[in-house]
Design a protein around this ligand. Sequence first.
Ligand code: GUN
Ligand code: ZN
Length: 437
Amino acid sequence: MTTILRGRVLTFVSEPQGLDDAESYRYFEDGAVTIADGKVIAVGDYAAADASGAEVVDHRPNLILPGFIDTHLHYVQSQMIASYAGSLLEWLNTYTFVEEQKFSQQGHANAVAAAFYDELIRNGTTSAVAYCSSHPRSVDAYFAEAARRNMLMVGGKVMMDRNAPEALCDTAQSGYDDSKALIARWHGKGRALYAITPRFAITSTPAQLEASRALVEEFPDCYVQTHLSENDAEITFSMELYPSAPDYTGIYEDYGLLGPKTLLGHCIHLNHRETHVLAETGSVAVFCPTSNLFLGSGLFDRERLSKSGVRIGVATDIGGGTSYSMLRTMDEGYKVLQLRGQRLNPFASFYMMTLGNARALSLEGTIGTIAPGRAADLVVLDAGATPAMALRMATVTSLAEELFLLQTLGDDRSVAEVYVSGARAKTTLGGLAGTTA
Ligand code: GUN
Ligand code: ZN
């Protein structure tokens, strides 16, 4: 069965260097995305598409883009988003470590996972990288639900063996054993990919970071995710716990946890040496603007990192972050960079949410662009979805203006449709038997 999606098609080929960098993207004003067996088989002008025998879905005048990718969030924090706290460590101790204990119950994990995926889809996010809780069953719930929806998802069991409630802590040995069993059960099964997940230096003993190193050496094609340099008190405490490390990044470096598959949430307060080490190892700094503003953590320095050659991703960081929407995330990201005196052009924003994040995951051959052979994971956007947007849209005269309007005023209401592996996913939400919470 071949399907053709007709609409205004936009996809990136490189990072846009400015508003007039037309080489960085492909745009088809009356475009066609031809889909078969869950993959894109052709993209181009509608007039040139072979529509014989195909089902044509007309999305005009909406924009068709690659589905959004979210490179850092915590699905187990879905029910504690918007918790009132002064700063990171207070927020973790008061709400997060209490909430995550609920995932010892399989029924709870299953219900939250289903609701979480509904929310991703509602917001046009077709792939994401999530922290589960320290309970292996939270990972089973996460990947089982992704499989049910044919979604490419990355995730892993949080490893944490100190400075947290007993009920949430594993041990260096059990964290290793459980992670290894989960990798065997899930990594590479269907579209699932595993991330080895020591939460951060504060909640892992040296023995646990040593166990993480062993996992990374045994399973080099798995991802590694952790948190780095988010908050001043976190940095001070980490350096007390690892006094021989030269700096926070040095802790992970000493345990062999850096590399091109390593995703480091936040990376706000890095010194020159740390920036250099991230660039040298090809590690990815993940910008989480709504979270960094919400928890008062600080302002990400995109220009400095990117000029130093550090790879960058962008993410919601639910539930420190305050929106599932990558549009809302880039709106806040734009404002963070404004405060840094750095301008982010709208093409670069949409690149970051799609191909940029696919590159951060080294998955650009699979997701993040609309091209033959890539997964048919797509989002359809309506820049006039709300009265305020429609009012502004009436004066918009260019694609750049439209993208900036979508980013600045858009949210889940601007997501007209989502395709996952070629199947409609947003307007069929709730129709997935037994998966809605
Ligand atoms: N650092 C360690 N754990 C967390 C978490 O759950 N959220 C955020 N924002 N930072 C963290
Ligand atoms: Zn996080």
